[in-house]
Ligand binder design. Structure first.
Ligand code: UTP
Length: 286
């Protein structure tokens, strides 16, 4: 059974200061929805009914966004007949979704966060999904994670979402090498270009065997002094068929200002109410 997704949201968000001084990066909106909500919706479409939020005690508002709406606001919108806004408010959390929260007191790394999240994964789970909320993937159909679940259902293979990046960028990512059948044979976190096994970079979607949780317990600090998820996955490669999934759609790195601006522009240009005036304004502005 795979119905749990771990969302690690306890990082420091330093690339987005000062916005993230008091607002978690994962609550920054793309047009009108916070990044967290896009991730939850993608997870839900992939069949995940249990979200494990790995949060920092210092980050406020993330749990609140996944809780029931304020009854006073619901009553107010209802009384005023503002049905669209009411639907948007009540649709924040899919009905039937359960949310667990695990605290990561210190940001010791993504692998550390996922390991802590593992304590809330049911013991009968065969696998677990992990999504990085700031990697926003604008994809056709149900989305990237859904395709990865379908791959697992069809073949039994686990997978990591990957995309090709310029060699000058590999030092920012986990990078994989593949064997002839597409199975990942090696992974290295944030390599120098000369040491990188390829330019296939792992982005923020993972569908992993449940064994990742115990593997992470043995991982020591690696690149950047952090406990790396990559090192936990690398320990599983010999025993599990883990593949690189080249996803459809466009990924925006919303942990960076440029990626965030691009995501907002792309979605705004598709929004029925905004597309036409925004396009006209852009033409003049540029
Ligand atoms: P990032 O490295 O992109 O996020 O981690 P960050 O550390 O918050 O941001 P910068 O680099 O300082 O700007 C990817 C995801 O993993 C979470 C982050 O919250 C982010 O959503 N994370 C990272 C944790 O939950 N715990 C950690 O110890 C590290």
């Amino acid at each position: 059974m795979i119905n749990t997704v771990i969302l690690p949201v306890a990082g420091l968000g330093t690339r987005f200061l000062p916005a993230t001084k008091s607002v978690p990066k994962e609550l920054l909106p793309v047009v009108d929805k916070p990044l967290l909500q896009y991730a939850v919706e993608e997870a839900w479409r992939a069949g995940m009914t249990h979200v494990v939020l790995v949060n920092s005690p210092k980050k406020q508002g993330l749990e609140t966004h996944l809780q029931a709406a304020d009854p006073e606001l619901v009553a107010d919108l209802t009384a005023k007949g503002k049905q669209d806004l009411l639907d948007a408010l009540l649709g924040t959390v899919p009905e039937g979704l359960t949310v667990s929260v695990v605290m990561q007191p210190q940001a010791l790394g993504l692998g550390h966060a996922v390991g802590l999240g593992g304590t809330a994964v049911p013991s009968d789970a065969t696998g677990v999904a992990v999504m990085l909320v700031d990697d926003f993937i604008d994809a056709p159909d149900a989305g990237c994670l859904s395709d990865m679940v379908a791959l697992h259902d069809d073949t039994g293979a686990w997978s990591l979402a990957v995309e090709e990046v310029p060699m000058t960028q590999v030092h920012r990512y986990g990078v994989v090498s593949l064997n002839d059948s597409g199975r990942i044979q090696a992974m290295v976190e944030k390599p120098f270009a000369e040491d990188a096994p390829s330019n296939l970079a792992v982005v923020g979607r993972y569908l992993l065997p449940a064994a990742i949780i115990s593997a992470l317990a043995d991982v020591k600090p690696g690149a950047g002094g952090e406990i790396q998820l990559t090192d936990g996955i690398a320990a599983l490669l010999a025993d599990y068929d883990i593949r690189a999934h080249r996803f459809s759609g466009v990924r925006y790195d919303c942990g960076s200002k440029l990626g965030y601006a691009q995501a907002n522009m792309a979605l705004a240009l598709r929004d029925p109410a905004m597309a036409q005036p925004l396009r006209a304004w852009l033409k003049e502005f540029l």
